[in-house]
Write a protein that binds this ligand. Structure first.
Ligand code: 3PY
Ligand code: ZN
Length: 643
């Protein structure tokens, strides 16, 4: 391709060539690189046509068969349309944060007369409803409109949690690029991420310096507010994350995870327990207190009591509450929180709300009406949601297909994100008919493990044990009796070893001793104290030797968090190039012969691709040649037919 670029260059053709021509004509290299990119993209499209989608979890195709329309916002007072692409977004809370720093920002939020909203649509809502599959391109397309419509929001939760590994693992995208690009388009609303304390965004603890480096990069690339939690409310583990955010200069939202219904008699996690954890978090030092109701089991009466008691104890402490609408009580509970003194609550765009996601923003605004200010415009929220209604159709092939609220959540306590995931896995494993059994087993597995606070990664431990019990037909008695013989899932052994910290009330014994046998040790202190610190220089050298010199700090962070996932992601990029530019319909659904696909591979550079024909399978190599028209020129690529 380089030779072709050289031979077709007008200056070269005219013979006006000088000795440094190649060095002085960088466009030659750009041309080669864009031709390479185009070839890789064609390889993906050909592969998709011949072999079908390889995106894990996809069932069927998007129900949206057209390009999504970007809604127009209208000034609520004048009714005049706003040109969001040519008007800078108004000042928001991020300006307060940037100008006055985290401490003053927190103080101003506490002083705000009302209760502000965090919109979770870009993270937890699609994590909970659409298997975290929403792609960067679809967030970027709506980002300028969002910057206007949600200008008064406390934050946009847009990063962390499962979005980090899913984007590399299943969408072949770099999560850091997503963050940077969104940041450019939304300068006015604070960005919020979910950090799993000493586990970073992974499933068990990492060395402390890995958490520090990750958080520093997250802050530098655009995250403002860090909701830091530990899945066991283990404060030593939580502190690792909190300290990392403090060092990076971010806004700390140290969080207590709320598990089950605290008003149930005999509950291990009761009001007294939560107040004690809150006291310790306050001692640790935080800008905001997060309350994380990951399963949606915080009923309105409990919400009133819990937030009311914390407010009485700490009148100046800003409180931010997160919930899921799994049982259908999200709006009522969040309204109670606001009335009891919460400063911020979480909600999602209407079409991305309800069920295992967060409650709907419009429903919250309606229930606040007349008594609580939210800082948001109801008409903007509805206009913005026109986009998400289309996205729900575009990503229909990842719907878990839950039909309604699950009041049983008060009993099984499965977190929102996991509920849809487990249902989906149960279906995939052929346990679909055993879904009810899985839920029952989850409850039993939780009891076997000593009644844990269940959220990533401990919810995965309980879920894995539950699935293990269902697929092997094991009872509680079997688990206890055969603990030394059974081949338990790794996550269960990791938990028992102590790699996720220490549960409140200690580990279940003698089960722990019997399960670990002499296969694994028992950690007696937090994992970070014994894990070997990362040698970043070594990691960088290693990655550069494999992938070239363009490796930067964010690549290093991704690799440390998920080494295997990062390697697989790089392989995909090597084969297909940057797929994040491909419209989602064309990413998930094979093009029809004659269909035109328009791809903006970079600003001002558009590829117009048309699938022309598919060749016969070669009996010798098992491959097919696929013919395209690319910006008017014929191109073909050969791919293996795996069908
Ligand atoms: C995550 O850790 O990804 C969660 O969403 C926990 O609720
Ligand atoms: Zn959540």
């Amino acid at each position: 391709p380089f030779l072709l670029a050289l031979l077709t260059n007008p200056t070269f053709i005219e013979g006006n060539c000088w000795t440094t021509f190649i060095d002085d004509t960088p466009s030659l290299f750009q041309m080669v690189s864009s031709q390479n990119r185009a070839s890789k993209l064609l390889t993906y499209l050909a592969d998709l046509y011949v072999n079908g989608s390889s995106i894990k979890g996809q069932i069927g195709f998007p129900k949206l068969d057209t390009e999504a329309l970007i809604p127009t916002l209208h000034d609520p007072k004048t009714g005049i349309a706003i040109d969001v692409n040519h008007t800078p977004p108004p000042r928001g809370w991020r300006q307060v944060l940037l100008e006055e720093g985290p401490q003053e920002f927190a103080k101003k939020i506490r002083e705000y007369k009302g209760c502000l909203i965090t919109d979770t649509t870009w993270r937890d809502a699609h994590q909970s409803l659409l298997a975290t599959r929403v792609r960067t391109i679809d967030l970027l397309n709506i980002a300028p409109t969002t910057a206007f419509a949600l200008n008064g929001a406390f934050s946009l939760e847009c990063w962390g949690g499962a979005t980090f590994d899913v984007s590399m693992r299943f969408l072949y995208e770099d999560p850091w690029v997503r963050l940077r690009k969104l940041r450019k388009l939304v300068p006015n609303i604070p960005f919020q991420m979910l950090l799993r304390g000493a586990n970073g965004v992974a499933y068990s603890s990492l060395p402390d310096n890995a958490i520090d480096q990750f958080v520093k990069e997250a802050k530098e690339n655009g995250v403002d507010i860090f909701r830091v939690f530990d899945a066991l409310n283990d404060l030593e583990q939580l502190k690792v994350g909190v300290d990392a955010v403090k060092k990076a200069g971010g806004v700390v939202e140290a969080t207590v995870c709320y598990s089950g219904d605290m008003l149930k008699p005999g509950k291990k996690y009761n009001l007294e327990y939560y107040l004690k954890v809150v006291d310790e978090i306050v001692q640790m030092g935080t800008h905001f207190l997060g309350i994380k109701d990951m399963a949606g089991t915080l009923k309105p009466a409990a919400a009133r009591l819990l937030i009311g008691e914390i407010r009485k104890r700490y009148p100046d402490l800003p409180i931010h509450v997160h919930t899921h609408d799994s049982a259908g009580t999200g709006v009522a509970s969040m309204t109670e929180c606001a009335k009891a003194g919460a400063d911020v609550i979480d909600a999602a765009s209407n079409s991305m709300s309800g069920l295992t996601s967060q409650p709907s923003i419009s429903a919250i605004l309606a229930s606040f009406e007349g008594s609580i200010n939210s800082g948001l415009s109801e008409s903007f929220v509805r206009e913005l949601d026109e986009y998400w209604a289309q996205m729900r159709l575009l990503y229909s092939c990842f719907e878990a297909d839950l039909k309604g609220p699950d009041p049983e959540v008060y009993s099984h306590e499965i977190p929102g994100g996991q509920l849809t995931n487990l249902l989906f896995q149960a279906q995939q494993l052929g346990l679909g008919t055993k879904w009810l059994e899985t839920k029952k087993a989850y409850k039993i597995a939780n009891q076997i493990l000593g009644d844990l606070v269940k959220v990533t990664p401990t919810s995965k431990v309980v879920g894995d044990l539950a699935q293990f019990m269902v697929s092997n037909n094991l009872t509680e008695e079997d688990i206890n009796r055969l603990a030394g013989e059974l081949d338990f899932p790794d996550s269960v052994l990791d938990f028992m070893e102590g790699l996720m910290g220490t549960p409140y009330g200690g580990f279940p014994e003698p089960l722990r001793t019997n399960m670990l046998g002499n296969k694994r040790q028992k950690l007696t202190e937090r994992p970070g104290l014994t894990l070997k610190p990362v040698n970043f220089r070594e990691v960088k050298k290693e990655l550069q030797s494999r992938y070239g010199t363009q490796i930067d700090e964010t690549d290093i962070a991704s690799y440390i968090m998920y080494p295997k996932v990062y390697e697989a992601y790089r392989k995909q990029v090597e084969k297909y190039g940057d797929l994040s530019v491909l419209p989602t319909r064309n990413f998930l659904k094979p093009a029809a012969v004659g269909e035109e696909i328009v791809v903006d591979i970079e600003q001002g550079k558009t590829l117009i691709i048309k699938l022309l024909a598919i060749g016969e399978i070669s009996q010798k190599s098992g491959t097919r040649e696929v013919f395209f028209e690319l910006n008017g020129e014929m191109r073909s690529v050969t791919v293996e037919d795996k069908t």
